[in-house]
Design a protein around this ligand. Structure first.
Ligand code: SF4
Ligand code: SF4
Length: 325
């Protein structure tokens, strides 16, 4: 319970801290003592050096995710163009094979703007809530959201420019996203208008793909330029309240990523590729409290850390179902 509270606090912006000795389980303490022995340090160092010679990032999970985002978003387009009514609407509110889906944050914004609980939205909210409470809320981000895909391309360009020394990342405080969540909620309440929906690249892209191009795409272009030249993954890391809402919804989801401390070399490749590297703090030597630690609710289940990790220290897990080695 304490670790859930801590990981939610971290999702809201609190910086992770090194655990106190009493928070570390006896098994994790024994493993750490073993990892600190000179022989084990030397073995890890040699393995890391050897691994650097064949430095390559896997594409298994990235490829699957890109396919998922493209297929899901294309379903909206194709259903609309061919009028087959399999998938109707856009990501903010849709009907899939007769089931209603309503994005959690969009629904919240609409209800705040109307200052009432809209019963016809509750069914769609309920379906989405149950789905993401099972698979992990932020799976929406990396497996469904169209902005995630284009933002990932912008990130690739950004990292190339950083490597060449032409730009640098301007990191901001993560609590900015929590502040923006409150700001957008208050704006909806005060103006009676869903201000966030107007500027959200998720809705803009989803509607533009299905119903045709719109001027608002220029705004998405501006956001991407900011992400290429100024701040890595700016929108998703520091602004978007959708990610935060889904993170809350899936805080105790059974589908999660777990860190297997025994396999970890602690060289930090996972943290370099992660959209939310604070969730991987346990991968630093001496920061894990368990030998098997679930990654916190801000994790998008993107699988990039699995693609990056050369030792298989991170893996997907279904609580209560995955067989332990
Ligand atoms: S944080 Fe927002 S824009 Fe980014 S991937 Fe998640 S829903 Fe999409
Ligand atoms: S911890 Fe791994 S799966 Fe979760 S967001 Fe980071 S890279 Fe993706």
């Amino acid at each position: 319970m304490a670790s859930l509270v801590q990981s939610i606090a971290q999702m809201l912006g609190k910086a992770p801290t090194k655990p106190a000795p009493e928070e570390v389980s006896p098994a994790a303490r024994d493993l750490l003592a073993f990892k600190k022995t000179p022989a084990e340090r030397a073995r890890r160092k040699a393995a890391i050096m050897a691994e650097r010679e064949h430095d390559a990032m896997g594409w298994k999970w990235r490829g699957r995710r890109w396919a998922s985002i493209i297929v899901i978003n294309l379903l909206f387009v194709i259903s609309f163009q061919l009028d087959v009514q399999l998938v109707e609407g856009a990501l903010t509110a849709s009907r899939v094979l007769g089931f209603h889906f309503a994005d959690l944050n969009s629904s919240l914004q609409v209800m705040l703007a109307h200052r009432e609980i809209l019963v016809n939205l509750l069914i769609g909210v309920g379906t989405v809530l149950v789905l993401y409470m099972l698979v992990g809320g932020r799976s929406f981000c990396s497996w469904v959201c169209p902005y995630h895909l284009v933002s990932e391309w912008a990130e690739m360009a950004h990292l190339k420019l950083v490597e060449k020394g032409w730009v640098k990342d301007h990191a901001m405080h993560r609590s900015l996203r929590t502040v923006m969540f409150v700001v957008f909620a208050l704006l909806a309440l005060a103006t009676g208008f869903t201000v966030f929906e107007t500027i959200s690249p998720v809705g803009i892209l989803s509607r533009a793909m299905t119903y045709g191009t719109s001027l608002a795409l220029a705004w998405v272009g501006v956001l991407l330029l900011v992400e290429v030249f100024y701040s890595r993954r700016f929108w998703c890391r520091y602004v978007c309240p959708i990610g935060l809402t889904y993170g809350m919804a899936g805080a105790v989801a059974p589908v999660r990523i777990v860190h297997v401390a025994e396999n970890c070399f602690h060289e930090g490749k996972c943290r370099q590729v992660c959209l939310v590297p604070h969730v991987l703090d346990m991968t630093k030597l001496g920061y894990g409290t368990q030998v098997l630690t679930p990654v916190g609710p801000d994790c998008t289940r993107c699988g990039m850390c699995l693609d990056a990790c050369p030792t298989g220290a991170l893996r997907f897990d279904i609580q209560g179902l995955t067989k332990r080695a």
